[in-house]
Design a protein around this ligand. Structure first.
Ligand code: NDP
Length: 490
């Protein structure tokens, strides 16, 4: 007797329902308004302007943050410059102690930081709790370890700090990106002016409080909130010796152009359109988990997201069937619920961008699949989406969508996989799924990607350098390499 096969939608209906398990928020104190963290104090902005920051899952205002203008940014750079002398002359082991202290404080306040990160950015609490915050603490811990070993790290080179670092970060991993920027800069003896993203400033404001708790010398870290204009004031300030930027390729190019000839050091960590390549000998169930983690983690707001699935033609059908079933079991909804897999899209603007890209995919002829799932009435949401019948020329196969949208392409031979994987202006990351170690090495050698994951995806470690080729930017963050952009080596 033939057994009737269930469609993904039928399986979804029969999935287990979980009781709501929202993370408590009563231990969180979000101030109604925040000022600028300059010279170790919270200062009223000269601009006298503030803007709201909202919870993208509810559209409710959480707080108001200051908008730093030219005078404010100048105050911050002057404070950082004043702090640079004493900080850079401090004995390296004392500098390390401050970084260890910050790391410990992040661990102690992890629950609070995770909840605020989720409320301000929309990411599921299980991700902010288990990924963002522990990795942020690990970064400070890791670079604390280097602070007093720079002479051994770069033997016979006399490493010296550069001065004030101007750092601009995006909204997808707010505290983690802050840690990627601030930890190596401080470990190398520099001081910092950092601008968080307009839509996610709150964890940076909590970090300002952590700096005060750690008794970090005033001015060593300064945080100026604002929009893109504030970011451009930070990077163009003549007192800034080194610029570190993570964000879109478009703004990265603008910054690179504006800094040409200034003598400032620059590192850019920009967009991506990573290929996640599955060979026919791959363990399919594990690969499905890797694909889901690759593109639906953090709603796909990930620069190294595996947004192009390249699957060997012979297994395309069974793999896609498994993937669709898995998609139908993902839970979308309240980001503060511990069982939520897909949270809210970070902002209305980002939602509109995703909707526009998805519409272009349909228009160009790709076939869309979205599981049945109810979207909450308020907030910004987008269903996990997958496109088949995608041609390499489609916008959804070429441009960064930065949302939970996967484009599926097929290949027949390893050489074709390499060619398709490299057929992108970006070069940040890639994934290879196969049973053969020799094939992993063969593929990794040929792919123009800063990181190649083998039989896994989206794994991060502070000791491992991360960065891109081509339009994904230049310079490396993490590991020993992450110190180099912050040092002069004689
Ligand atoms: P942006 O590149 O505009 O933002 C990144 C950071 O740069 C933010 O802090 C932003 O401030 C700031 N910024 C904006 N303009 C300037 C400027 N001229 N000079 C200096 N700093 C500036 O990204 P968006 O937030 O606008 O997102 C747009 C698209 O970029 C996304 O859809 C996604 O595709 C991509 N993106 C990629 C990221 C990555 O890691 N690869 C991260 C974020 C976005 P503010 O937030 O106030 O605008």
């Amino acid at each position: 007797m033939a057994i009737a096969k269930k469609t993904p939608a039928e399986i979804a209906i029969h999935r287990f329902e979980y009781a709501p398990a929202p993370e408590a928020t009563d231990h969180i104190k979000v101030e109604p308004r925040y000022s600028l963290f300059i010279g170790g104090r919270m200062l009223e902005p000269h601009s006298k302007k503030r803007f709201p920051t909202i919870n993208p899952a509810t559209e409710e205002q959480l707080s108001e943050v200051a908008e730093a203008d030219e005078v404010d940014v100048d105050h911050a750079v002057v404070a950082a410059d004043k702090a640079f002398g004493p900080w850079s002359r401090l004995s390296p082991s004392r500098r390390a102690r401050y970084l260890f202290r910050i790391s410990r404080l992040i661990q102690e306040r992890a629950r609070e930081l995770a909840v605020v990160e989720t409320m301000d950015g929309g990411k599921p609490i299980k991700e902010s709790r288990d990924v963002d915050i522990p990795l942020a603490a690990a970064h400070f811990f890791y670079y604390a370890g280097w602070a007093d070993k720079l002479d051994w790290a770069f033997p016979n080179r006399k490493p010296r700090p550069l001065g004030v670092a101007g750092q601009v970060i995006p909204w997808n991993f707010p505290l983690l990106m802050l840690a990627w920027k601030i930890a190596p800069a401080l470990a190398a003896g520099n001081t910092v002016v950092l601008k968080p993203a307009e839509t996610t400033p709150l964890s940076a404001m909590l970090f300002a409080d952590i700096c005060r708790q750690a008794e970090l010398p005033p001015g060593t870290v300064n945080i100026v909130t604002g929009a893109g204009k504030t970011g451009s004031l930070v990077v163009s300030h003549p007192g800034v010796r080194k610029v570190a930027f993570t964000g879109s390729t478009e703004v990265g190019k603008l910054i690179q152009r504006s800094l040409a000839g200034s003598g400032k050091r620059l590192t850019l960590e920009l967009g991506g359109k990573a290929a996640n390549i599955v060979f026919e000998d791959a363990p399919l169930d594990a690969a499905v988990e890797g694909i889901v983690n690759g593109i639906y983690f953090n709603q796909g707001h990930v620069c190294c997201a595996g947004s192009r699935l390249l699957v060997q033609e012979s297994i395309a059908e069974p793999l896609l069937e498994k993937l669709k079933v898995r998609l139908s079991t993902l839970r979308l909804g309240d980001p503060l619920d511990k069982n939520t897999d897909i949270g809210a899209i970070n902002s209305k603007a980002q939602l509109e961008k995703i909707e526009g890209m998805v519409a272009s995919g349909i228009e160009e002829g790709a076939e869309i699949y979205q599981p049945e799932c109810k979207l909450p009435d308020r907030g910004y949401w987008f269903k996990p989406t997958l496109f088949t019948n995608v041609s390499q020329s489609y916008r959804i196969a070429r441009e960064e969508i930065f949302g939970p949208v996967l484009s599926v392409l097929t290949f027949r031979t390893p050489a074709e996989a390499v060619e398709k994987a490299n057929n992108t202006p970006y070069g940040l990351s890639a994934g290879v799924w196969t049973d053969k170690g020799s094939r992993i090495l063969w593929m990794a050698e040929r792919m123009r990607a800063g990181v190649v994951w083998a039989n896994t995806f989206n794994r991060f470690d502070p000791s491992s350098p991360f960065g891109g080729y081509k339009e994904s930017g230049f310079g490396r963050e993490g590991g020993l390499h992450g110190l180099l952009p912050y040092l002069e080596l004689n």
